[in-house]
Design a protein around this ligand. Sequence first.
Ligand SMILES: [Zn+2]
Ligand SMILES: [Zn+2]
Length: 155
Amino acid sequence: MAKDQVLRDRFLKICKGAGWKFTMQRYTIFQLIQNNTSHPTVEMIWKGVKKTIPMISPDSVYRILKDFVSIGLLRQMDGLQYVRFDCNPSVHNHLVCTGCGTVMDFETPQSFSFPELPEHFGEVDNVELRLFGQCKPCTEKAKQKQPIEPMPIGI
Ligand SMILES: [Zn+2]
Ligand SMILES: [Zn+2]
């Protein structure tokens, strides 16, 4: 069976389970989030879907993404400059570039130990770290922006 057919069948099952109608809009978005590690914003997904469905509105894309979140196909990432969607719904950690907004995954190191936590909180059963900094391209750009030393005048 072709890869497309396998994916289509998988999505048909998901639709059935969720009580949704199979639509090309939903399916196109589903295709776009497969093996997608870019933690896309609504706009990023919308631009991708528009290539196949030019008339689709960002609102419709957002609604479908929210539906996907509601059944655990995606995870919504809040607290960033833009809302982003994580195509890997399992628990993992993120590196966030404060320059361009790039989000990358990283695994929790084996040696990770909990910091001292306030006792009145209760119990912790999941660790999800978010580290902020600048990605490589942003670091490079910042370097280039540094003022160039003026040429010495005269000899
Ligand atoms: Zn960056
Ligand atoms: Zn992630």
